[in-house]
Design a binder for this molecule. Structure first.
Ligand code: NAD
Length: 367
């Protein structure tokens, strides 16, 4: 029986990962450590906490807390650390980068140090069944021109304080592998979309604004390009890399789905309008929306500072070495995503009102 130590598991990708592995591997245990910052929401894993009390343990805490992380290693026999915990929003890093360095760099260093000490068998040897997986991002590579793709060999040239902090962590992970032989893996994924994403990020923000007839702010000319991957495909990739990836390896994970921001926003408007008009399940909701779901809501705003023009991933290494490739087409994934936000209006409202903090943290403390 393997034990996964998942950090940041109450956030967007971490919670999707917990759902994925708890279902896929019936014999594993999961310890989730999450500080529950503004981005952490226990509602995201409420069902799993209720349904699998023997298999999933939640601990509220900081990855920087040495005593707490050591306690986790002393209490469970950890096989895999999967580090999702991070400050993840570029705009916030432009306002104030300090917490990004504390969590995304020093926090990772704390995890690496403790993993090394607890897993070390002496003489730079480790058990075969342990891995430290750092969840990184394609943003560490910087920006591309119109052509070309990032490979694992591309230069690291981060342009935002967020991506600089993630790149710093990648360098530390690499150094712990080189210096201490710690069996690490780095995955660098493109933009994720799907259920449970905090509504400050492009797709859930736009869905929420469209539903409320609010303006849809698009940076600059809207022509910045991102490569979009459905979150479940990302979770499956991480799970496969843990089993089949080489220690010391770096794996790019991408969706083969490049799109401009403005095209994404227009797609959301069109698909949301279609769903409301044609799907019986949303008839009641549609009745309150009048005719405002159209492109007149789009407002171009001053561009983000240092806004990277284009990211695109070459995922051929992970396909060749691990056998992973994306399975969910953007056209299907985006409709499922919009449906999820329509079906989970209470989840969205608890966040936008700010009430999710008190509600779920009290619920959890009462358990
Ligand atoms: N969202 C994307 O498109 C994307 C793409 C590539 C890589 N990533 C990376 O994936 C990871 C997860 O991203 P996400 O979008 O789910 O982020 P998120 O902001 O939704 O979730 C982050 C989680 O980490 C927790 N956390 C923050 N600081 C912590 C600390 N000091 N100690 C413990 N927990 C802490 C938060 O409470 C939250 O639950 C991040 O490392 C991010 O850099 C994200």
């Amino acid at each position: 029986m393997k034990t996964y130590f998942v950090t940041g598991g109450a956030g967007f990708i971490g919670s999707n990962f917990i759902k994925y592995i708890i279902d896929k591997h019936q014999d594993i245990k999961i310890v989730c450590l999450d500080k529950l910052t503004y981005a952490g929401n226990l509602a995201n894993i409420e069902e799993e906490l209720n349904n699998y009390p023997d298999r999933l343990t939640f601990i509220k805490g900081d990855i920087n807390n040495q005593e707490l992380v050591e306690y986790i290693f002393d209490t469970w026999e950890i096989n895999y650390i999967v580090n999702f915990a991070a400050e993840s929003h570029v705009d916030r890093s432009i306002e104030d980068a300090e917490v990004f360095l504390k969590t995304n760099v020093l926090g990772v260093q704390n995890l690496l140090n403790i993993a090394k000490d607890k897993w070390d068998l002496g003489e730079r040897e480790y058990r075969n069944d342990v891995r430290f997986l750092q969840v990184s991002t394609d943003e560490v590579y910087g920006s591309l021109g119109k052509r070309g793709y990032f490979t694992e060999e591309s230069n690291i040239q981060p342009n935002s304080p967020y991506s600089a902090s993630k790149a710093s962590a990648d360098m530390l992970v690499r150094a712990y592998n080189e210096t201490h032989n710690l069996p690490t893996i780095i995955t660098r994924c493109s933009n994720n979309y799907g259920p449970y994403q905090f509504p400050e990020k492009l797709i859930p923000l736009m869905i929420n604004n469209i539903l409320n007839g609010k303006e849809l702010p698009v940076y600059g000319d809207g022509l910045n390009v991102r490569d979009w991957l459905y979150v479940k495909d990302h979770c499956r990739a991480i799970d496969m890399v843990l089993e089949k990836g080489k220690a010391g390896g770096v794996y790019n994970i991408g969706g083969h789905n490049e799109e401009t921001n403005i095209k994404i926003v227009k797609t959301l408007i069109k698909e949301l309008d279609n769903l409301l008009k044609e799907n019986e399940a949303y008839k009641e909701m549609a009745a309150t929306k009048d005719d405002y779901i159209n492109e007149s809501l789009i407002t171009f705003v001053k561009d983000r500072l240092g806004h990277d023009k284009r990211y695109a991933i070459d995922p051929s290494k992970i396909k060749k070495e691990v056998g992973w490739e994306p399975t969910i087409m953007f056209e299907d994934g985006i409709v499922d995503t919009i449906k999820w936000y329509l079906d989970n209006q209470d989840w969205l409202k608890l966040i936008t009102s700010g009430d999710y903090k008190n509600y779920y943290e009290e619920m959890y403390l009462d358990r």
